[in-house]
Design a binder for this molecule. Structure first.
Ligand code: F6P
Length: 342
């Protein structure tokens, strides 16, 4: 066991519901081990620009009272291009030394963990990641904090869209977040009974013209047979110009009227669902225990419902693939719909 006096903590990149629950858990677990916790604000910017006011604060138990249910992050978040430069990384490392931090816990996604890996070259302290991103794209963990809430939020929104779409027998194209991966899109699309799920895993932009024709034909068949709503969910950054462009192209090519709806940042906000609160709490405790055990350069993960650690590199080398069973399930449902058996 190493004697640890001070843990630094920050939240970085896109905020995710449950980040506050993770901060709370770290502070409470550290208190148990008589370790002080210092929060840095605005992601890695708080380390690099620590001389500015309000970039750093000791976190006590009372600071984390009543935050488990709050979205966002009390430590604020930001992207930090300076962490892509050696000068920025050195400044961050210098702050950790000057402020006598023994271990740094970062709650974030792959960009944040690349920041941790860069720090490894310039700082000797312990570096621990907690996966916090709605995208769920970090490898070697079954879930990231925030994903379950984002999926839930999007499902609630699309269920409401379905009501009005049904009333007018309208076609909606709903664009979902996820950066370059389809975890949100597939989970939400299937859970909403979307007629089409378009994501990186089942569509390539090279196939755009063929897809446009296929969509037009399937929408027309469905309208003739069913007289009801039709919902296409589409991953952001997939179709050039997004949902709005796809709606325009369907109109131009086939006279099909679609309403585009970009759900956007609504998916990042709101009170975390129980699954995210529990995951964040378990991971926060595990992160502090890992610090006490002297572990370094790891990300806390969850595999088969058990919290574990993996090497930081293992989280960011590849984007985690979407569960193939989900992709296949959607294909099978589509096939049934096309045969008009559904
Ligand atoms: O990584 C989380 C995420 O919400 C992505 O799903 C999305 O592509 C991106 O962040 C949006 O980032 P910003 O809020 O900086 O526009």
């Amino acid at each position: 066991m190493t004697t640890i006096k001070r843990i630094g903590i920050l939240t970085s990149g896109g905020d995710a519901p449950g980040m506050n629950a993770a901060i709370r858990s770290v502070v409470l677990a550290a208190h148990h081990y008589h370790i002080d916790v210092v929060g840095f604000y605005h992601g890695f910017n708080g380390l690099i620009h620590v001389e500015n006011i309000n970039q750093m604060q000791s976190l006590t138990i009372s600071d984390v009272n009543n935050i488990i249910h709050r979205g966002g992050t009390i430590l604020k978040s930001a992207r930090c291009p300076e962490m892509l430069t050696e000068a920025g990384v050195k400044l961050a490392a210098n702050t950790l030394m000057v402020k006598k931090i023994d271990a740094l816990i970062v709650i974030g996604g792959d960009g944040s963990f690349n920041g941790l890996l860069a720090l490894k070259e310039h700082w000797q302290g312990q570096l621990i990641g907690i996966p916090g991103t709605i995208d769920n794209d970090l490898d070697n963990t079954d879930f990231t904090i925030g994903f379950a809430t984002a999926v839930n939020t999007a499902i609630e929104a699309i269920d409401k869209i379905r009501d009005t779409a049904d009333a007018f027998e309208r076609i909606f194209i709903v664009e979902l977040m996820g950066r370059q991966s389809g975890h949100i899109t597939f989970n939400v699309g299937i859970a909403c009974g979307a007629e089409q799920v378009l994501s990186f895993e089942n569509f390539s932009v090279d196939d755009k013209q063929r897809k446009l024709q296929q969509l037009a034909s399937e929408i027309k068949t469905a309208q003739e047979n069913r007289h009801s709503s039709y919902i296409i969910v589409i991953a952001e950054n997939l179709w050039p110009g997004g949902a709005i462009a796809l709606a325009n192209e369907l109109k131009q090519a086939s006279e099909i009227d679609c309403t585009a709806c970009v759900l956007g940042h609504i998916q990042r906000g709101g009170s975390p669902v129980p699954k995210d609160r529990l995951l964040a709490t378990k991971m926060g405790v595990a992160a502090v225990q890992a610090v006490v055990e002297g572990r370094n350069h790891i990300m806390i993960a969850e595999q088969n419902n058990a919290v574990c650690h993996i090497a930081l590199e293992g989280a960011v080398q590849h984007h985690k693939a979407v569960n193939q069973q989900l992709v296949d399930a959607q294909e099978n449902i589509l096939a049934l719909t096309a045969q008009n058996q559904y």
